[in-house]
Design a protein around this ligand. Sequence first.
Ligand SMILES: [Zn+2]
Length: 127
Amino acid sequence: MKKCEYCAKEISYFEQYCCDDCQESVNKFNETRDKYSKVFSVTSFICVFGIPLGLMVFSFARALGLLLSAGSCFAMGIVLFLLPFPAENMITKYKLKKAIKITRIIGIAVIGVGLAICLLSVLLFGI
Ligand SMILES: [Zn+2]
């Protein structure tokens, strides 16, 4: 059975979406992604390097290292939550609606990791 490109509801072979709302949601998503894809890529790029860099800095400058790692996690998590742009293969597999939801959950998890880094630093090193 063919599925709606947005909500994954079963549809006939002649359709691409189950309803106008779904089509509208996909259009809106594409517009937002076109508009903010640069913000998304730049932030992810900085954060992916910021987390390990912060952990390295942590060995000689704890407060700065903590700020870098946790800050990168928070920034990445917030961006994933506000701009949930899933990878293409995720959209193909889960359809857009679910893929966006998963991306938001990952964003919340990344913020959680940032909080855990702060908490561990306080508990272990008393910063
Ligand atoms: Zn639909």
